[in-house]
Design a protein around this ligand. Structure first.
Ligand SMILES: NC(=O)c1ccc[n+]([C@@H]2O[C@H](COP(=O)([O-])OP(=O)(O)OC[C@H]3O[C@@H](n4cnc5c(N)ncnc54)[C@H](O)[C@@H]3O)[C@@H](O)[C@H]2O)c1
Length: 252
């Protein structure tokens, strides 16, 4: 039996990218998954991959910014699956790299609405079920930008810093309910999100500067997420771990 045997896991933004990788790995380790995305096809494909591992999948297709409808979808999916053990707050947008002067209100709002509001209200929706069971695990997806910031990404770095703030505060607030809250802060990962503003040539060039000589693969983030979702981390809460090929050591 896997380390997540019988666990019921909800992963936002799991219709592609790293969220899909988390869903498939966690299903392989025995979890049933609530797959969620704004993309109908992507969510359906991930659900098929989960079922191919012999696990149950419920699907939510919803923009996280439709807060009321999203919360009601979450409650319905949790009821259908028969409970919830783990929330992975993964949905996010990267968008273009922009100088401070070029971040208009719409871009700023989209960043905070998807990354910050989306994570907060997903958490609010699963909390009653976790509290009444007096058990739960939350894995928030932050970023190394929340630690070191970056040029032309201040809105993204600030949104990911808010995720770190949620992680630490929720960990304290929910410890009496035996709900553990931790975060994974990936370094640069090649996904749809980052391919828009990079080329294979510049990725190859940049990867040479990593202390471990290459960028981290999505599955290597999934290993960290699955570990934080498992009983092996029963005594961890409020922590941020960062698989990043040593990138933050460089202090780029
Ligand atoms: N790729 C990286 O280098 C990197 C680094 C650090 C952190 N992250 C974070 O990891 C997470 C996953 O990113 P990824 O690289 O796999 O990107 P991705 O774009 O491949 O995946 C993000 C998923 O979120 C979904 N999504 C976006 N907006 C949504 C909305 N409004 N409502 C519902 N779903 C929505 C997308 O459809 C997509 O499936 C994000 O939170 C991202 O910020 C990524």
């Amino acid at each position: 039996m896997g380390t997540l045997s019988g666990q019921k896991v909800f992963i936002t933004g799991s219709g592609g990218g790293m969220g899909r990788s988390h869903a498939v790995l966690m299903a392989e380790r025995g979890a049933d998954i609530i797959v969620h995305d704004i993309k109908t096809e992507g969510a359906a494909e991930t659900a098929e991959l989960v079922r191919a591992k012999g696990r149950k999948a419920e699907v939510i297709v919803r923009d996280v910014r439709e807060i009321k409808a999203f919360q009601s979808d979450i409650r319905a999916a949790v009821d259908k699956l028969g409970g919830i053990d783990v929330l992975v707050n993964n949905a996010g947008v990267g968008g273009k790299r922009l100088a401070i002067e070029d971040i208009d209100e719409a871009v700023y709002d989209q960043m905070f609405d998807v990354q910050v509001k989306g994570a907060f209200f997903a958490m609010q929706a699963v909390l009653p079920a976790m509290k009444s069971k007096r058990s739960g695990r939350v894995v928030n997806i932050s970023s190394i930008y929340a630690m070191g910031g970056n040029v032309n990404a201040s809105h993204y770095a600030a949104a990911k810093s808010a995720i770190s703030g949620f992680t630490k505060s929720w960990a304290r607030e929910l410890a009496p309910f035996n709900i553990k809250v931790n975060a994974v802060a990936p370094g640069f990962i090649v996904t749809e999100m980052t391919m828009g503003s990079n080329t294979p040539a510049n990725i190859a060039e940049r990867s040479k500067r990593m202390p471990l000589g290459r960028f981290v693969e999505p599955i290597e983030i999934s290993y960290a997420v699955a570990w934080l979702a498992s009983p092996e981390t029963d005594m961890m809460t409020g922590q941020v771990i960062s698989p990043n090929s040593g990138e933050t050591i460089v202090g780029y």
